[in-house]
Design a binder for this molecule. Structure first.
Ligand code: MN
Length: 498
């Protein structure tokens, strides 16, 4: 569903006319070579496009203006092979709206000790040319990612990879539409937020649709389509005989399939990238969507429960950023704790809707009572989630800005079977340790709803936060409470004046 190769990152080299045609020809050749190298490097998922070397304020302005308006351009990489006097960049940088990565590299990795002369020195000046450029970007207070090292270096490629994935997620938000069925769960605070400000800052819109409009689409789904989807369920998932065709509880699965088809149609026809619903507003629906939300998420839609549009949008962004990588990105909630001092754990889950892309092995399709909402027993997929490094991320509205909080965690295999737990579940240990990690999260105001990611890292999220102008709080192995409290206070002061 999401193919990152369709996105372009433009490779733009700055220079000037001072050096003469011969040198400029070499600058262009080298830049082309680097752009091709980045484009063909397996680590970088997007298409890297070489752009002609810019040597004047006019060329810089028109290239950056074109980057702004090019539909598939998600960001630019800049590099000063030679010296490019940075007053030439002011006008272009002032109008640049796409994310920027400043690649502080050099065409040759090593100094050619025996042959180095002044011609070589004239051509290979990024060590000081990039400093002149960097000053101007700093002077203009523009966010960017600075990556240092030879362009074939693995670490450099990894950093460009993370940034280009973040840029793809950011690009995906621009003009994105998220559908909200019903309002927030009554009285809940952290899932609320300023949707107007979010659209101004993040580029996506959240609008509400009457659940009746959705029910109408659901009720128009044909029996043939439902029958086909139920057959697909029976092939993909472990199912009790009572849930299969002819079984006495089959109608629950049949209704769940109808809901999935209706929701999918509503979202696809309306061009939505995600949605949120609430168990408090299901008029005309037979069940709360369980398996429907799970399978739509696995196909790339953003989702979060109880009207939580911020998390739904963040789930979608993470799905774009992680496209093509092993592992998943899912809606998650810190549900309950295991406070064994020797093995403290968080059990993450939701009422129904944990993303099936996390499933470790074949999922089981089950029907159980929900206990809230007063609707029929919903169908849901039940599964365990693999052990390994992951993170939880939460986006909260602090009143004068949005804050992105990331807590790195280590997921573990379930210590015991959970035979009576009728929902998908994950067990993890927060970093740096249970008590510090949870306390830091609470001090930072992190929500109970999160995006759980197996295939992204704090680096992706930091790059994303820089593009979005978000406050970024990372809770990881080096976090201490006194330092975190200071950081939160410093940030509060910064955002009061910024
Ligand atoms: Mn919830």
């Amino acid at each position: 569903m999401i193919n990152l190769k369709t996105f372009e990152v433009w490779f733009i080299t700055g220079s000037q006319h001072l050096y003469g045609e011969e040198t400029l020809k070499l600058v262009a050749e080298h830049s082309q070579h680097i752009a091709e190298g980045l484009n063909s490097a397996g680590q970088i998922p997007v298409t890297v496009v070489y752009k002609p070397v810019v040597k004047t304020p006019e060329e810089i302005y028109s290239t950056l203006l074109a980057a702004n308006t090019a539909e598939n351009c998600i960001g630019i990489i800049t590099w000063m092979h030679t010296f490019s006097p940075a007053k030439m960049w002011v006008r272009g940088l002032n109008i640049l709206q796409k994310p920027m990565l400043h690649l502080h590299t050099q065409y040759n990795r090593d100094i050619p000790w025996s042959s180095i002369d002044m011609d070589f020195m004239n051509l290979n000046q990024s060590a000081h040319g990039d400093r002149e450029f960097g000053f101007m970007v700093s002077r203009l207070r523009k966010n960017r990612k600075v990556v240092v090292g030879h362009w074939q270096d693995e670490e450099v490629l990894g950093q460009i990879n993370a940034w280009s994935r973040a840029a793809a997620g950011w690009h995906d938000w621009q003009g994105a539409k998220f559908a909200r069925f019903g309002d927030n769960m009554r009285y809940v605070a952290v899932t609320e937020g300023d949707k107007v400000e979010a659209e101004v800052k993040f580029g996506y819109s959240v609008n509400t649709y009457g659940v009746g409009d959705l029910v109408k689409v659901i009720n128009e789904i044909s029996e043939a389509e439902i029958d086909q989807l139920v057959t697909e369920y029976e092939t993909l998932y472990t199912m009790d005989a009572s849930l299969k065709k002819g079984g006495d509880k089959h109608s629950s699965v049949y209704e769940a399939a109808r809901i999935e088809l209706g929701l999918r149609k509503f979202l696809v026809d309306g061009g939505f990238k995600g949605f949120t619903d609430t168990f408090e507003d299901l008029h005309g629906m037979v069940q709360l969507p369980g398996i429907a939300a799970q399978r739509l998420m696995a196909d790339g839609f953003g989702f979060a429960g109880e009207g939580d549009w911020k998390t739904a949008a963040l789930v979608r962004a993470c799905k774009v950023m992680g496209a093509g990588l092993e592992g998943g990105n899912a809606f998650m909630e810190d549900y309950t704790y295991h406070f064994d001092p020797n093995n403290s754990l968080v059990l993450g889950s939701h009422m129904l809707e944990i993303d099936a892309s996390l499933s470790n092995g074949k999922a089981s399709l089950e029907v159980h009572p929900l206990g809230i909402g007063g609707k029929a027993d919903p169908a849901r997929l039940v599964f365990n989630v693999a052990a390994g490094p992951a993170f939880n991320a939460s986006l909260v509205d602090m009143g004068n800005r949005f804050r992105l909080i990331v807590n790195e965690v280590e997921a573990v295999e379930p210590v015991e079977d959970l035979p009576k737990l009728p929902v998908a579940r994950v067990l993890w240990k927060p970093l740096p340790d249970m008590k510090t990690g949870c306390a830091a999260w609470i001090y930072a105001g992190g929500a109970h709803h999160t995006v759980y990611s197996q295939n992204l890292t704090a680096e992706h999220m930091h790059d994303f936060a820089e593009m979005a102008g978000l406050e970024f709080i990372r809770i990881g192995k080096d976090t201490t409470i006194p330092h975190l409290l200071n950081e939160l206070r410093w940030n509060d002061n910064y955002y009061r004046t910024a």
